[in-house]
Design a protein around this ligand. Structure first.
Ligand SMILES: Nc1ncnc2c1ncn2[C@@H]1O[C@H](COP(=O)(O)OP(=O)(O)OP(=O)(O)O)[C@@H](O)[C@H]1O
Length: 233
């Protein structure tokens, strides 16, 4: 469903992605992991068209997407840090997104309801707490029932109950056959929701393996320990 072929990206002399290739499929939750600054967000932004790679190809459903835009309608994106217009009210943001999309497909308002977004309607986006901004962002990512969800550290800043709601939602969307990519540092969360782990270190591909096989190879039941062993090799 998403193919990355030999992606290269540098900022000046800093090589942030070095020849990265991968295939991500429907009905799969892939966790993208790696130390801080290893290129996870850059890789995600490349596939969303927010960063243009220096070379390489990105295909979504078999079609090359660099400098295209329509494919983005297939993707729901929750950024690491949401930057909303400060003075816009929550109600206006949701109205604007519905107006822009003009979709006839039924909306997915499950998170919108569970996070009680209407209770925030008259607040300006700039006045929301960090966690409530995350809830707005998660509800928006799911609203148009996209085939692909890309979530960059989605539970950072969410309270435990709200995190559970999001994790349950991720598993529910996977069961509908969607592809979900999640960048995260929280091993317990990855263990709960992901099937496979794609690991980057300093912009280089390190491994792409199922959680089951990672635990098997390292003989560890706890994912955190298993990953630590994989990284030490
Ligand atoms: N616009 C930019 N200009 C210059 N350097 C950048 C830019 N964006 C990212 N970088 C650099 O690219 C490297 C990778 O950053 P990126 O945000 O992709 O890492 P990450 O793996 O998502 O990190 P984290 O786990 O801390 O979120 C970092 O060294 C970062 O400083």
């Amino acid at each position: 469903m998403i193919t990355l072929e030999n992606l290269q990206k540098s900022y000046g002399k800093l090589q942030v992605l070095n020849n990265i290739s991968a295939q991500f499929n429907t009905n799969q939750v892939v966790s993208i992991i790696g130390p801080n600054g290893s290129g996870k967000t850059t890789m995600i932004k490349c596939l969303l068209g927010m960063v243009i790679p220096d070379s390489g190809r990105i295909l979504v459903d078999g079609a090359p997407v660099i400098r295209q835009w329509e494919y983005r309608n297939k993707i729901g994106y929750m950024p690491q840090i949401s930057r909303f217009p400060e003075n816009m009210k929550v109600r206006q943001l949701f109205q604007m997104m519905r107006d822009i999309r003009k979709t006839t497909k039924p909306l997915d308002e499950e998170l919108f309801g569970m996070y009680n977004i209407p209770a925030m309607y008259e607040k300006s986006l700039g006045s929301l707490s960090g966690g409530n901004k995350q809830k707005v962002s998660a509800a928006l990512a799911c609203l148009f029932d996209p085939e692909i969800l890309v979530l960059d550290e989605p539970t950072a800043g969410l309270d435990p109950l709200s995190s559970e709601i999001l994790k349950t939602k991720i598993l529910k969307e996977k069961s509908k056959g969607k592809l979900i990519l999640i960048s995260s540092h929280i091993m317990s969360e990855i263990d709960e929701v992901a099937d496979d782990i794609f690991c980057l270190v300093d912009g280089n591909f390190r491994f792409y393996q199922s959680i089951e096989s990672i635990k098997d190879v390292t003989q560890e039941t706890r994912l955190g320990k298993a990953i630590a062993k994989m990284m030490a090799v």
